[in-house]
Design a protein. Structure first.
Length: 199
């Protein structure tokens, strides 16, 4: 009996140690609001989130895994993390990703993220940590997603965010496309007028 208790204690210690030293931690809150705490190599990050859509999965990564904060690089990391096909996010090529609608700098230990694009993936950089949120349904455009009470053992202040939409049918068109429609109609009208003149 004593050997079983010792073996169980050793197994529990090994599991706890491997979890504490993991480069990333996956959580499945399945809730529109929750208090989160995760320990990775960098240390422990905790925060509270609240919003209007259910968060199905949260992945907390050590910042060393993703030091490049380029919009497309973060998109590739999300695709890898969630086993999505390459180029899942049409936003990468359809819209101007320099817009604050899709990414922005934030700071402090609380923020409200509001994007004019609906999204189902959100990447938030917490200084020493990268956190990916996957929503069960599209998070509505122009609706606040709140992150508060941020606390970290090492460098965990809010830094920036990026939003991603895996459904290309709802990605807004860039301004250049809106100008193309009237130009095309004008060209067709001009061509028709010329055709009538020649006849």
């Amino acid at each position: 009996m004593k050997n079983i208790i010792i073996a169980a204690a050793i197994t529990l210690t090994a599991l706890t140690t491997s979890m504490a030293n993991a480069a990333s931690v996956t959580l499945t809150p399945n809730s529109a609001s929750a208090s989160i705490s995760a320990t990775v190599v960098k240390g422990t990050l905790s925060f509270i989130y609240s919003g209007s859509s259910v968060v199905s999965t949260i992945v907390v990564k050590d910042q060393n895994e993703l030091s490049n904060q380029n919009y497309d690089t973060v998109a590739d990391a999300i695709e890898t993390t969630f086993s999505l096909p390459a180029n899942t996010f049409a936003t990468e090529t359809v819209v101007d990703v320099s817009s604050d609608s899709f990414k922005a700098d934030i700071s402090g230990n609380s923020t409200s993220i509001i994007s004019d694009m609906a999204y189902d993936y959100l990447a938030v950089h917490f200084g020493g940590y990268e956190v990916f949120f996957h929503f069960a349904t599209l998070y509505p455009a122009n609706t606040a997603f709140n992150i508060t009470n941020v606390s970290a053992t090492k460098g965990g202040g809010l830094s920036n965010y990026r939003v991603y939409n895996s459904d290309p049918s709802v990605v807004p068109l860039p301004a250049s496309a809106l100008l193309f429609g009237p130009a095309l109609l004008g060209f067709l009208g001009f061509r028709r007028k010329n055709k009538n003149t020649i006849a």
